[in-house]
Design a protein around this ligand. Structure first.
Ligand code: NAD
Length: 297
């Protein structure tokens, strides 16, 4: 596959999403049934409601069945629902939209999902497999980032990578992926968090810097090495409606070789990687070989 060229140093999702969609459609046309994703959404978080809507739209565009269930925000109710979905052979993927309301133990809920239906890849069995370098379901945001890097020909092998943030959703699985013994890994990775000291100095050493800290525009040119790549995972909606990331784009863009904008960078990749994992789940549950998307450039 030809590598995608950067335009104005921008690592944009769109051309990669198109490749991903085509791969998913090919996989769908090789099976005689429609995979089905069920989203469990509790509470009334506004941002979550937008994400759930985007997931439903992506499913319908690709021909994946989807259904959003809204149980009472009560732990035993949610656990019972997951038990039912786990044992229903018509359901291929189960996703619990985070954050869960207070009083509900997210670990207990996520641990209850059958690892073969865990399309978010948050179950300890799936994060364990990723840690061991034999991934099954890779969490959607790190997977999307990896596809972006591969598609734009941004090599990780032998490079110094710094990941800001150690969440189970982004930072830690990204660390596992980048450090794994694979073409898309083989990097020397430093994982930083809120207790890290000398953050700017550590970040300055990165050939590729990943920001997943949830702090608007915290990363400035002072954190970035000239000619490096920056991947901005953060999403923040400002009062006036503008969406920005964890990186101050205006200050960092002049210094780097490539950067993901917010929006139009990592976000759309996350949604379509969920579709990818759902189709993969349908294949695995039916003992079919799933052909992974592979960029060779
Ligand atoms: P989180 O709040 O669970 O974790 C944030 C991490 O950043 C923590 O590990 C914390 O130790 C670290 N951190 C906080 N302040 C820091 C600082 N000053 N220096 C160094 N480390 C610091 O967040 P998350 O779920 O990983 O999400 C991170 C960001 O990415 C958020 O803005 C979120 O909205 C966004 N996000 C985007 C996508 C996407 O598809 N683009 C997906 C998931 C999350």
């Amino acid at each position: 596959m030809m590598k995608i060229e950067l335009m104005n140093k921008m690592i944009l999702a769109k051309p990669v999403v198109n490749i991903l969609k085509e791969h998913i459609c090919n996989r769908l046309s090789s099976i005689s049934f429609k995979p089905k994703l069920t989203v469990i959404f509790c509470g009334d978080d506004e941002a979550s409601s937008v994400y759930v809507g985007k997931k439903e739209i992506a499913c319908s565009k690709l021909g994946i069945e989807s259904c959003t269930l809204k149980p009472q925000a009560n732990q035993s109710e949610i656990l019972n629902l997951i038990d039912q979905l786990n044992s229903d052979p018509a359901i291929n993927g189960i996703l619990v939209q985070l954050p869960l309301p207070s009083g509900v133990d997210a670990d207990l809920v996520l641990d209850r999902i059958s690892p073969l239906k865990d399309v978010d890849g948050f179950h300890p069995a799936n994060s364990g497999l990723l840690n061991q370098g034999r991934p099954r379901f890779i969490p959607c945001t790190p997977l999307g980032i990896s596809f972006l890097l591969q598609a734009y020909g941004i090599k990780t092998s032998g490079k110094r990578a710094v990941v800001l943030g150690r969440s189970n959703i982004v930072g830690k699985p990204l660390f596992s992926l980048l450090s794994s013994k694979a073409d898309y890994g083989n990097a020397s990775v430093t994982l930083c968090h809120s207790y890290s000291r000398d953050l700017k100095e550590i970040c300055k050493e990165a050939d590729i810097l990943f920001a997943a800290i949830g702090k608007p525009a915290l990363v400035t040119e002072e954190f970035v090495k000239e000619g490096s790549f920056v991947i901005d995972v953060g999403i923040h909606r400002l009062e006036e409606g503008k969406i920005i990331g964890d990186v101050c784009f205006e200050r960092v863009h002049p210094v780097v070789e490539g950067i993901t904008p917010v929006p139009k960078g990592v976000g759309p990749m996350t949604i379509y990687c969920l579709m990818y994992n759902t189709v993969k789940a349908a294949y695995l549950q039916n003992n079919l070989d799933f052909e992974e998307l592979y960029f060779k450039n």
